[in-house]
Ligand binder design. Structure first.
Ligand code: PLP
Length: 399
């Protein structure tokens, strides 16, 4: 190494340390495996049906009408207005769209920006598992320590264990209900228990509610609406799942002004803003779609859930019927002795006579991979015929 390259290499070594131990997203990797093998992709959570026509028309009209430059950094005024109205109507939430909403590039950026804004190096962040795979890396990017807590798909949330996990350094609890990957929907009393812990120990609740409209059992309760939580909650949601536009990359954060202010700064330097014409498309959808849209959306997903769930159980998987979101975490221990990654890859590749079905190895949802070794996650955000075909293939592949 020459004298001039040595300092550069040292810099590179430093830059790599924060992401040390990160693996590639297993979910996106399984999409590639599915594409290569020609498998039905039940790995990554994007619909194989199109977005509602009116969203596409509204976004096209925005482009044709000249909305093609940067939007206001923290979100197009029309979208923030529409969101404030919708949250008021749906949950009775009072939101000042001028000071409490930040529109982001998806819920993905929203979570990263929120954590970067409010978490300091050395802080601890409580995260339930099985988890959506971004939360741990997001915490680590902040220099924080993720502290893992179990959230069983069927048993009540162990609030005593949450309380015990809080230390002097704990700053926030990350909540995801309805949950990816378990389909768990936290009840009002479980959320009240979490709220009480947040208040007692002065913690923030950072809540990813991207599946808020996909609830089949129970009701979605935004933790921000519970007594004492408005000023300590960062609510994240987005258009991806509700409007079947995962490629648009439009999400949002609702937080009190003192938290929105640093969040907006992080968001500004990370991405400047979300795509302007697509924000317009989302605004039009939120303004004009009534209650029946959301009811039909959930009803369609309930039907898809039942097709996949019944098919998996018939094929010999063990799983809990999800109460929300659009995933099933299935135990395959009665079907194979293979570890999850070997099993999932074998299913994705298929055989000479039965083409493949891709799922996600369960170990990617646990900090101890061993906890997911007998699990595979399948999504049901696909058309019923796609799911029926997938179920038929799975029968052939596991029997
Ligand atoms: N949060 C959860 C829990 C998810 O399951 C997903 C996508 O699968 C996201 C966030 C990503 O949302 P977005 O497309 O808005 O970035």
């Amino acid at each position: 190494m020459s004298d001039t390259t040595a300092p550069i290499m040292a810099q590179r070594g430093r830059a790599a340390t924060r992401t040390h131990g990160f693996t590639e997203s297993v979910i996106r990797e399984m999409t590639r495996v599915a594409n290569e093998a020609g498998a039905i992709n039940l790995a990554q959570g994007f619909p194989d049906f199109d977005a509602p026509e009116m969203l596409k028309e509204a976004a096209s009209a925005a482009i044709a009408g000249g909305i093609n430059q940067y939007a206001v950094t923290w979100g197009a005024p029309r979208l923030r207005r529409a969101l404030a109205t919708k949250y008021g109507r749906d949950y009775g939430m009072e939101i000042d769209e001028a000071r409490e909403i930040t529109v982001t590039c998806g819920a993905t950026e929203a979570m990263a920006a929120a954590l970067l804004a409010v978490i300091d190096p050395g802080d601890e962040v409580l995260i339930f598992e099985p988890f959506y795979e971004n939360y741990g890396p997001d915490a680590i990017l902040c220099g924080a320590k993720p502290v893992w807590l179990p959230l069983d798909a069927t048993a009540p949330l162990d609030l005593a264990a949450v309380r015990t996990a809080v230390t002097r350094r704990t700053r926030a609890i990350v909540i995801n209900s309805p949950n990816n990957p378990s389909g768990r929907v936290l009840s009002r009393s479980e959320l009240e228990g979490l709220a009480a812990i947040c208040i007692e120990f002065d913690l923030l609740a950072i809540t990813d509610e991207i599946y808020e409209h996909l609830v089949y059992e129970g009701r979605h309760v935004p933790i921000r609406t519970l007594a004492g939580m408005r000023d300590r909650t960062i609510t994240i949601s987005g258009a991806s799942k509700t409007f079947s536009v995962t490629g648009w990359r439009v999400g949002w954060i609702i937080a009190p002004p003192d938290l929105t202010s640093p969040i907006r700064k992080v968001h500004d330097f990370l991405t400047v803003g979300a795509p302007a014409p697509l924000q317009e498309g989302c605004a039009v959808a939120i303004e004009s779609l009534g209650e029946d849209y959301y009811v039909e959306l959930a009803a369609g997903y309930r039907e898809r859930r039942d097709v996949l769930f019944d098919g998996l159980v018939d094929a010999g998987f063990r799983c809990a019927r999800p109460a929300g979101a659009y995933y099933i975490l299935a135990d395959f221990s009665a079907l194979s002795d293979e570890p999850d990654d070997v099993f999932a890859r074998r299913l994705a590749r298929g055989t000479a006579s039965v083409p493949g079905v891709a799922g996600v190895p369960g170990s990617s949802f646990f900090h101890e991979p061993a906890d997911g070794r007998k699990l595979v996650r399948f999504t049901f955000c696909k058309r019923v015929p796609t799911l029926e075909e997938a179920v038929e293939r799975l029968h052939g592949l596991v029997s």
